[in-house]
Design a protein. Structure first.
Lengths: 342, 455
């Protein structure tokens, strides 16, 4: 792996390698000194063309725990806002010796452009591009699901996949990079995915995706689901006639208190509720659901750092790099991963 | 040797049996064995055309020459050099320059730049609405009466979406046998559109440009053309559904013509998976089913002509994110090869059909009296010689156009233009630019004199 651009082309073995490495990384976060020397002397640039404090600080924490030097380059207040092109920005970062570029961009495909052109030779990690993909979000979601699924099944999570797990993803699929990355990755890991959305918020062509599609959240829940992932819905979609009102959206497609109770009534005691954040409480998810013991919202955030550490580690000191064996030894001391709490 | 006399020996005229052609003083002076009794043949410059196909000079109904305004993208000089090398002897220069070609002054400027360049006939297209703003008719009559003698009007790049304005434009151009060339794109259905809406856009997360946005406008406009009894041309038809609607309209006797670009005959939206903006174009690349329908439509006459939609852009407009990139591809220097590859090598068309869709019919649509004529004695000598056996690899940096945005970069294509005769003068010889044609002093412009019989 030279870059991490999408989950669409991520093999099962690479995906499981990232998740297994993330298990080892998560142990670092449990230690008193939350730091490894693995990427000492390496430079990681967080290149953000779109505001996302959550994702940016998650990558920043991940890189710092691996002892990399971190440069944060935000489009606002930089030369980018003065009209500098992506090409010039990339060449500037290359000239400064960036080893990895973590890019968040409002335009779908921008990370692919960085990886495909000769503008910069660094490893590129897609931290969310337009309405295309958000691979590290899908990996942290899969990591969270795998820990849960292993515990439910009483098996070890390391080296495991998600075979047999039923995952429902509800919300604005059309505009969601999280949904796309999750559909591909969950399919690769053997989970059964159902997308739930109003027809207006599903892309034309979704029928070719490796998942089921439903317009009915209640029917999907009744059919049985092990993980219920709610996607953020932006209120401004209402003005573009994707749905009539936020109240109607909540009633039909929001995970409200009644649906939370329905999980208990249906006897689905092990079903988790996920959300990539930031949440619109009262729109796609009720406060009771977000704060319930089923919610993995904070575990997802915590796991995000581990998964991003794994991605940076594997891209920057993976198989092809000399330091790999030393770092692997270092990691071995990190010890057993602790139990994830929900 | 006489300077203006050329003897072309052994060319397959329109792909038929080898014959000789004598070109003298701008006209075809003799054909076949008659040459050797004709005056001046023994003085002629002889071109051995064995193995070559002789065709009427190609006429492009859809070219962006960018001048005035975007001389960093293309000029009339560079664009018409590219046209001559590509086998064209006439191009229609689209109106979306800056200033917009919406007055007699601008179309006359483009027209005289074309005459000064001397590589091909440059026929300015007039804007339908002032500033392409879609609000008020431009002075269509003044442009028609100008020295540029505009007959084709288009807001290309932007759809004339107001149905009343479109109706009025169609009606008004009847006064001077004009044609409205519609860029069929319903604007509300394509707000922010980046690529064809379908299986690929769903995966790539790029905003979709649905086929229905093109087809709904074509359906409306053929009915308007029928209602007011006018002449309608549809630019760059790109979907299977559009072909069906045009076929239906023609069956009803509606006076509509349609155009397809070479890139829509060959490329599909699968290429967008690379996110390389060289594949970004409007209308967008569609699916393989659309490509096959377009080829069938061109072969059976539903689609009348090939138009390049040659759209050069400076490299900084393509070396960027997909969403930021400009739409458009160069096409003048690859059109012949791509049409040979998609229509002739596939057995769908002959070279005679090629002449129909790239020369005869485009000249009729644009009302160009001395272009797209048969290769017969007495006709203007706008002739090209093509080597159909040649194969070449596309290198945009070797092209005459200033645009480097060819989607065929690195592709091997068949067929090359060996020579182009424009008004009897070789603008291209041995596949290289020769010299431009020089107009005699004080001569009235030739061209759309209304001599072609209208349908």
């Amino acid at each position: 792996m030279k870059h991490l651009l999408s989950t669409e082309n991520l093999s099962a073995s690479d995906a499981i390698r990232i998740l297994d490495t993330a298990e080892e990384m998560s142990a670092v976060g449990e230690r008193e000194v939350k730091k490894l020397p693995a990427l000492r002397g390496r430079t990681v640039v967080n290149l953000f063309f779109e505001d996302s404090t959550r994702t940016r600080i998650s990558f920043e924490a991940a890189a710092k725990r691996l002892s990399a030097d971190v440069i944060n380059f935000a489009a606002k207040g930089s030369s980018v806002s003065k009209g500098e092109s992506l090409k010039d920005t990339a060449q500037t970062l290359a000239a400064m010796g960036a080893d990895a570029v973590v890019i968040r961009h409002w335009a779908s495909g921008a990370p692919h452009r960085l990886a495909a052109t000769d503008w910069i030779d660094a490893a590129v990690i897609n931290a969310g591009d337009g309405t295309h993909e958000h691979p590290t979000q899908a990996l942290l979601d899969a990591f969270t699901m795998r820990r849960h699924w292993s515990r439910v099944n009483g098996t070890a999570s390391v080296a495991a996949d998600l075979k047999g797990m039923r995952v429902a993803i509800a919300g604005d699929v059309l505009h969601s990079r999280v949904a796309r990355s999750n559909v591909w990755l969950l399919k690769t890991l053997g989970a059964e995915v159902t997308l739930v959305a109003p027809p207006t918020l599903l892309p034309i062509g979704v029928e070719h995706w490796p998942c089921k599609v439903s317009y009915n959240l209640d029917a999907t829940l009744e059919a049985g689901t092990d993980a219920m992932m709610m996607l953020r819905v932006q209120g401004e979609r209402m003005n573009a006639s994707f749905f009539p009102s936020t109240r109607e959206y909540s009633r039909r497609w929001g995970f409200d208190d009644a649906r939370l109770r329905a999980l208990d009534d249906l006897g689905m005691k092990d079903t988790i509720i996920m959300h990539p954040g930031p949440m619109n409480r009262g729109l796609e998810i009720s406060s009771a659901a977000a704060d319930s013991p089923r919610s993995t919202v904070l575990a997802q955030v915590r796991n995000g750092v581990s998964v991003r550490m794994a991605a940076l580690y594997l891209l920057l000191s993976g198989d092809s790099r000399e330091a790999a064996s030393t770092n692997a030894a270092t990691l071995a001391f990190a010890g057993q991963s602790s139990k994830e709490s929900n | 040797m006489a300077e203006n006399t050329y003897l072309i020996q052994g060319a397959a005229i329109l792909g038929g049996d080898p014959e000789d052609l004598l070109i003298r003083d701008g006209f075809i002076a003799a054909r076949g064995q008659d040459i050797y009794g004709a005056a001046g043949f023994d003085d002629a410059t002889v071109l051995d055309a064995a193995g070559l196909v002789a065709l009427p000079g190609m006429v492009d109904v859809h070219t962006h020459l960018r001048e005035p305004g975007r001389e960093d993208a293309e000029t009339v000089e560079t664009g018409t050099r590219a046209a001559a090398l590509g086998g064209f002897t006439a191009v229609h220069a689209m109106a979306n320059s800056n200033p917009v070609a919406d007055t007699a002054g601008v179309v006359e400027q483009v027209h005289s730049l074309g005459r000064a360049a001397g590589w091909v006939d440059v026929r300015p297209v007039g804007a339908v609405t002032v500033g392409l703003a879609g609000e008020q008719l431009a002075e269509l009559g003044a442009m028609a009466d100008s020295r540029a003698q505009v007959r084709m009007f288009s807001d290309d790049g932007i759809c004339v979406h107001d149905p009343v304005l479109m109706r009025r434009a169609l009606e008004y151009v009847k006064a001077f046998d004009g044609v409205v060339a519609q860029h069929a794109q319903e604007p509300r259905l394509t707000a922010g559109a980046q690529m064809n809406e379908g299986a690929v856009s769903a995966v790539l997360g790029l905003a979709g440009w649905p086929a229905v946005a093109e087809e709904s406008i074509i359906a409306r406009d053929v009915l308007l053309a029928q209602h007011v009894g006018s002449r309608l041309h549809i630019c760059h038809v790109s979907t299977a559904g559009s072909v069906e609607i045009v076929r239906w309209a023609k069956a009803r006797g509606i006076n509509v013509t349609a155009e397809v670009t070479p890139h829509h005959l060959l490329l599909t939206d699968e290429l967008v998976r690379s996110y390389d903006p060289v594949y970004k174009v409007n209308p967008p690349l569609r699916t393989d089913a659309d490509v096959q329908a377009l080829r069938e439509g061109l072969a059976d006459g539903t689609i009348d002509v090939v138009g390049t939609d040659h759209a050069p852009h400076p490299s900084e407009h393509k070396e960027c994110e997909w969403a930021q990139a400009a739409m458009g591809m160069t096409g003048l220097e690859t059109a012949l090869s791509v049409v040979q590859e998609t229509m002739i090598e596939t057995g769908l068309m002959t070279w005679a059909d090629f002449a129909r869709v790239t020369s005869f019919t485009p000249a009729v649509i644009g009302r160009l009296s001395d272009q797209g004529r048969p290769l017969e004695v007495g006709e203007p000598a706008n002739v090209i010689l093509v080597d159909p056996a040649a194969r070449w690899t596309v290198d945009p940096h070797k092209m005459a156009t200033m645009g480097r945005n060819s989607p065929f970069k690195g592709k091997e294509l068949p067929g090359s233009v060996v020579a182009t005769f424009f008004k009897g003068h070789p603008t291209v010889l041995d596949g290289q630019l020769n010299t431009p044609y020089r107009y005699p002093e004080h001569q009235e412009p030739m061209g759309a004199a209304g001599a072609v019989s209208s349908k």
